[in-house]
Write a protein that binds this ligand. Sequence first.
Ligand SMILES: [Zn+2]
Length: 92
Amino acid sequence: MAHPYHHSISSVKKWGGTVADYQPIHDWFDHPKQIIADFRHRALRHHAEGIFMAETIFCSTLTLSTGRVVPVRWIGEQHVREDLGFIPPFAD
Ligand SMILES: [Zn+2]
């Protein structure tokens, strides 16, 4: 599945800026991989509540190196969609 770097490249294509602008957010979504090195890590942050949690950690918007402001929610949704194809509710 996608590496945080590839998620960042995909974000750059959508909204501009650089890989470094997005990397901390995509790293955060995939961080539990370091503990659980299989698909179970996705259950921890790859859902609607995880995206909400990202907003509380990274603020509701990210200001890119270009000065453009992108909602963190959009970046989280992009990440989860690329990994799973959809955004599951927390209950799943
Ligand atoms: Zn992921």
